[in-house]
Design a protein around this ligand. Sequence first.
Ligand SMILES: [Zn+2]
Ligand SMILES: [Zn+2]
Length: 149
Amino acid sequence: MSNMGQSHDLRCSNCGYEINALLGIGMLYSAENVFKGEKPLLTELVGDKEISDSVLKAVASGAEISDNYGHELYACPEDFYLFDKFYFKVGEVEPKYHCPYCDNYLQRVTFAKGTAGKTQLKFVDQNKFWQCPRCGNAEMIEFKFCNWD
Ligand SMILES: [Zn+2]
Ligand SMILES: [Zn+2]
């Protein structure tokens, strides 16, 4: 895993719907800083106290922290709006983020490369491609920017 994050600007090649997503992890995101200590970063990264409290409690009682945590792209499987959210796995627990626009939980999506600069997004846990929430187009133009920390 890289120890720096990347800023991605993703834009629908048809209608211009876009998201600027910070993906990966920052320099301060050691497991120690994120999950342990007096003020674990997790609370802020997750933005949901109920989720973070239960996870921090699990960590304190010895649950294993998978090392693939970081900001990832999430999409609603119904209306396809995109978000960048903090992913982690502690014991068997992964975060569940509600779509703000409907009753579904957001699901992780990943890059399924097309030609240079153009990409499609695929849902990680199912064989389904993302499409633009505004126009239904499946192709995005991707600009990747310098690292962030
Ligand atoms: Zn579109
Ligand atoms: Zn939704």
